[in-house]
Each structure stands twice: as C-alpha cells, then as structure tokens.
Ligand binder design. Sequence first.
Ligand SMILES: [Zn+2]
Length: 328
Amino acid sequence: MHKLEDNFVCPSCKGRLSQAAEVLSCPGCGKNCRKCRDVWDLRTVLSDSATGWSAEAFDLAYEEYDGGVGFKDRRTYAAGEGIPIVADEYLESEKELVIKNFISDKKPSALLDLGCGSGWFSFEMSECSPGTVIYGIDVSTYRTDLFRKQIMSRNRQDKMASAAANGENLPFPDAFFEVVVMDEVIEHLLEPGRTLKEAMRVLKPGGHLLITTPSRFMTRFWKTAAIVPTFIKRLFKGETLSRQNTARLREQLFSCHKIRRLVEDSGFETEKWKRVIFIPHESYLQFIPIFLLKIMIFIARIIGKIPFLGFLGLHHFIILKKIKQVRA
Ligand SMILES: [Zn+2]
C-alpha cells in the first residue's frame, strides 16, 4: 500500500529514496536516514557553531515547556504559557483564523506545515479541508514524534504525516504542494533565505506560501515596556527574577526592511502583507490586567483598519505566491 512517507525524497540531492529495514537510503548521494524516536530523521544540519543554532536546543526547550504533558491543542498551550483566553482568541482571529479561511477556500490537495511543532495547527487546518494531505516537518524529533502519535491515535495516517527535517533542505519533490505554511517559524531558522527558496521549489506554480512572524520594532518596544511590570509581578509571586527556561532558542527578529528584502530575493510575488496586532508579545500578556487587555484589543481592532498605523503591528502576516513560469 502506498504510504505518505513514500513521497519523501533525499533532503540533500532530492533523489528517490529506497527503504531497507529501518533505513531510507539515497542511491544518488549515499545519504542514509534512520528513525529518531519513531519519526524519520531527514535532517541535514543539526547545529551551527557560528550562530549557536541547535536542533537539540529546540528539543530540550520543547520538552521543558511541555512539562511531561505531551501533545497540547491551542488553548491548552496558551493556558500553559499564561496567555489569557481573550488575548489568545484575538491573536487567533488575526493570524491562524485567516490562514484557516484561506485553506477552507483553496482546499489544496497537498499542504506543508513547515515548522509544525507537535502539529496542533496541522490538525486545525485539516479540519478546514479534510481532503488535504498535510505533511508537517520540524527540526525537533520530540515534537514531530508527538505529532506522529496524534496522527495514529486520530487514525489520520492516510492524510497526515510528520518527519524531522530542516526547512533549508526539504525532503519533498519539486512542485509537490499547493500551500506551504510557516506560522511563527522563520525567525527561528538558521537560513531563512534558503528556506524560502526551498518553499518556492516544493510549491506548484501558482501555489502560496503563508508566513507569520513577530516584527522586530514592536517586539522590542513591548519587551522594554514589560521589564518593570514583569519584575514587580515576579517579586509578588516569589519567583526568581531571571528567566525560568534554561534552554535558549535562536530567535532572529526581522525589521520590516529585512523581511521585505528576504521576500524579494526569494522570487515570490507578494499578494498580501499586513501588520495589525497592537498587543504585547505572548510572553508578556499574563502581566496585563484583563480589563486593560480588553481595551487594548478594542484599540487594536481599530488600528488594524488604519493602514498608515501598520508599523504598530506586532506580527507580519504575509501571503506570497509562486508566479507561473513565464514561457521564453
Ligand atoms: Zn541524495
């Protein structure tokens, strides 16, 4: 029987893989891929000494965040992070809901959730378009394995699959997907530019890449604004004043100029670009009283309708299109 995993190609040379026992091997370049935990490990890069980027750091951080709970859906995750439900609903309405409406409308035959984590958003997208085949890849074997277990327990293995892979070297053939989604991912990548080019490669002509990422300007603003209230709250709660999580994740926030250049270099056509969310970064929402948060969300919705105030947006929301090849 044809399995979704049979569509993986060599992440290095994009050649066909042959499976013998528990090894996927590439006759073209000699690369061998094995399973890590219980997912195929198709990663080509595990760490980078120059930047400190490390796939293992993601695994450690995720295990620590999860605290042994394992798979979490959106609301459980938000609650665990201390994000009030009113704020999470607002964030969702501005980002993930827009993506889900896009998926409901397009009903792609194949979609890649690039940087899928444990796959909670893949399942939400799958509900919007049950016929769509969804692949989720992430550098974390811990999270892709959580995703795999959920796929099995929900009996969705004919429509969904996960694997560990780098965005910079995607294990899929050319022109395989109609949609690629990168929800809060690009800021954590080792080579964002190379990943966009890979997204371009695996998309069919006319296919779409959807990106959300925090903006550098407003993230810095909110971080600065939150220093005093964060310390006061931690003092009252008797917590330590340093950050709780020990594992450090690479996060390279983009200025508007830089992300625009990145997109231009990738060759995509920009269909939509908005920045709208005028509330603090997720990590700081728990320090704001609910009534104040509700006022901020009310103001944010008004700001969202005024284009020249776009710079106040905390997240970029970008829809890119792979233009059909022009005949020579
Ligand atoms: Zn190969």
